[in-house]
Every structure is written in C-alpha cells, then in structure tokens.
Design a protein around this ligand. Sequence first.
Ligand code: FBP
Length: 174
Amino acid sequence: MRAMLATVDMDGVVVIGEGEKDHAPMLHNGEHIGNGTPPLVDVAVDPVDGTRPTAEGVLGPCPSSPRRAGAMYAPGRLVYMEKIAVGRRRPVRGPGGTRRGEPAPGGRRQGKAGRDLTAIILDRPRNLPHIEAVRRLGGRIRLIRDGDISAAIAAAVEDSGIDILLGIGGSPER
Ligand code: FBP
C-alpha cells in the first residue's frame, strides 16, 4: 500500500492509520504519503468499517476516500470508544392512545420495553457488561464479529430489526 500510495498525485497526511491499533509497522497517524503534489488531503488508510471483511471479500465494508486537509475526524491516540446509536422512534400507537416517541401523559417518553429491544453488540470480552445489561432487561442480542458502523446504520434504519447499537468499538470507525 505504501509503495502504491507514493505514486498518487497528492500531498497527504495519514489521519486514520492502521499502524497503532493493529500493530502494523507503518502507515501511522501523521505519516506523509503521496508524491507531494497538490491537493492537500487527509487520508484514512483503512476501510470505513472492517479490514477483515474487506480482505475476505465479504459484502458490507466500504472504502474510505481522501478528504480536504483538516476535514477528517482525527482519533489521534484514542483507540477505542464507547458507542451508542439509535434511530428515530417509529410513531406507533401505544397503550392509552399515545404514539411511541411522543411524550406520554405525565411527561415521560414512551419507548420500547427492554424485552422488546434488539441490541447489536460487537462480540468482544470488553462488551460483556453491555451484553449482561441487555439480558437483564430481557432484550434480544445480535453479536457481530466486525462492523459496528454498519450496525449503527442498521439501528437507524426503520424495520431493520435492530433497535440499538451498544458497546466499545474502534475510534477510527466513529
Ligand atoms: P477495522 O476496519 O479497523 O478492522 O475495524 C473493524 C471493527 O470490527 C470495527 O467495526 C470495530 O469498531 C473495531 O473493529 C473493533 O476493534 P477490535 O477488533 O480491535 O476489537
């Protein structure tokens, strides 16, 4: 990758590298890549989500593209972060004539009960507390091997069957 990137017309800086998180020997954050001609760009040398599925040719991951210099989220030395994602609540008639997602009488928002929730969680030992918390509520869990960006999108898509993404995932895939 490094040899090929050196031939590309760009004055790029690696903002999201593989180096630190995956203990790779190069393509670290801050490294200059390209042949040094304009445009000035930030580069993520990482698929948006899922190095392993990309390498295995599995559907789902998508490539990253360079952005104007300074425009890309830079995780720096932060490797992991706590993530939570939900979509807009579907307006469905709930008990008492209220619509889910609207304030119920008394001011409390009405949402799904725990047992009706389906949570998607990266299958990692560090996420055991999240798994146990959902189980305590009686909710369903889908464990995934990779890809919490696709999972966050699923949580936002109506009728995907996923209500919430929870857990600690990679910060480059914010
Ligand atoms: P990569 O593109 O870096 O391989 O990320 C894939 C992924 O599964 C992300 O979706 C997730 O946030 C992260 O890895 C979890 O990191 P780790 O595999 O180190 O637990």
